[in-house]
Design a protein around this ligand. Structure first.
Ligand SMILES: Nc1ncnc2c1ncn2[C@@H]1O[C@H](COP(=O)(O)OP(=O)(O)OP(=O)(O)O)[C@@H](O)[C@H]1O
Ligand SMILES: [Mg+2]
Length: 347
């Protein structure tokens, strides 16, 4: 896939399985993604699809079960702890709930100074100057430096969380639903702040969100996750106006505001999301997809380019994009479970 720009953080075949009872929970199962320097890649998908687990693996809050992570082209999963800490200064995270992620016993100053001491080995005076600069950068004042988290509003706490993440001059920030715990009135301000900082500091973001309207507004590219895998990835404008994967189409159909895209059509999936435990090696949408064909149960579809920087993991969509063979016979005779072919529904 050709993506414009320079990849800064890349995942290849990233997997994270959790042992549960007698089985394995497939939280993340074979994720490939490229986060481009200075750009935002959004990660969307329903609850439990594995978005936060991808984020946590990328910042190494949890160890992936297998796969590769490259920072600036360099593999970092095999590094020893010293080298890893040095590299990992460059990848930071902002959490959904600043109440839970800030230490209630530390003032804002202490919260901001800690990473400076750990990662940048700044002396006391430089640290103080940097802490002052950081609060102002995120729209707070130096008076906030002496406050504890419980003396701040939700929006102010998230500003501190953001200041802590950018304190050590990272290249990439993983934003895990950074505004969803906040009052609606301050969400816009925090998003504006994030956009400002991206432009000023040339930050790359992985923006994990349920809010498709916000995603459409802030991200350059979007990756759609379903049950541990990415089913579609591409430029935001293209994915929103011409979603290809049945799951992406259903996800966009379910969004409350139907304004994006002329080619958008309603698509509902039947049934419920499957359990993520001991998943079979088939398309994860089998049983819910109206276009399902026997080929969907033969192997798990891989992401394949359908256009420059737009890839989809669906043999049915691919058959349509590539022209007649190899599935033409199959598509001409809809199976009992199959509904209309995507071609008939994209008008
Ligand atoms: N530590 C863990 N042990 C066992 N299972 C886990 C663990 N962490 C996550 N999971 C499971 O992994 C799957 C993916 O979880 P994850 O939190 O990544 O989803 P998500 O897409 O971020 O969901 P949400 O939108 O609700 O935040 C879920 O089925 C979840 O229950
Ligand atoms: Mg999550």
């Amino acid at each position: 896939m050709i993506v414009e720009g320079r990849p800064i953080l890349q995942a290849r075949n990233l997997r994270k399985l959790f042992p549960v009872g007698r089985g394995m929970l497939f939280a993340v199962d074979g994720v490939d993604l490229d986060i481009m320097a200075g750009q935002t890649l959004a990660l969307v998908g329903e609850s439990g699809s594995g978005k936060s687990t991808v984020g946590r693996c990328l910042v190494r809050l949890i160890e992936p079960t297998s796969g590769e992570v490259f920072l600036d082209g360099r593999s970092i999963l095999g590094l020893n702890s010293v080298l890893l800490a040095r590299q990992y200064r460059r990848v930071q995270m902002v959490f959904q709930d600043p109440n839970a992620s800030l230490n209630p016993r530390m003032t804002v100053r202490q919260t901001l100074i800690e990473p400076l001491r750990l990662h940048l080995k700044m002396n006391r005076r430089t640290r103080e100057a940097r802490a002052r600069e950081l609060v102002e950068m995120v729209g707070l004042t130096t008076a906030h430096l002496d406050r504890y988290p419980n003396e701040l509003s939700g929006g102010q706490r998230q500003r501190v969380g953001i200041a802590r993440a950018v304190a050590v001059e990272p290249d990439v920030v993983i934003l895990d639903e950074p505004t969803s715990s906040l009052d609606v009135s301050v969400r816009g301000q925090i998003l504006d702040l994030l956009m400002d900082l991206q432009a000023k500091l040339n930050l790359a973001y992985l923006f994990i969100s349920h809010d498709l309207q916000v995603v459409r507004h802030v991200s350059h590219r979007v990756a759609v996750m379903y049950l541990g895998g990415i089913v579609e990835i591409g430029p935001t404008a293209k994915v929103f106006s011409e979603p290809k994967h049945p799951y992406t189409r259903a996800l966009l159909s379910a969004a409350p505001v139907a304004k994006w895209g002329v080619k958008r059509t309603r698509l509902r999936l039947s049934g419920e999301i499957s359990s993520p435990i001991d998943l079979p090696d088939t398309c994860r949408l089998v049983g819910r997809c109206p276009f399902q064909q026997p080929v969907c149960s033969e192997a798990r579809p891989k992401l394949v380019d359908i256009d420059q920087d737009h890839a989809v993991a669906c043999p049915i969509v691919l058959a349509k994009t590539e022209g007649p063979p190899p599935f033409v016979g199959l598509l001409a005779t809809p199976s009992v479970t199959a509904g209309a072919h995507p071609a008939t529904l994209t008008q």
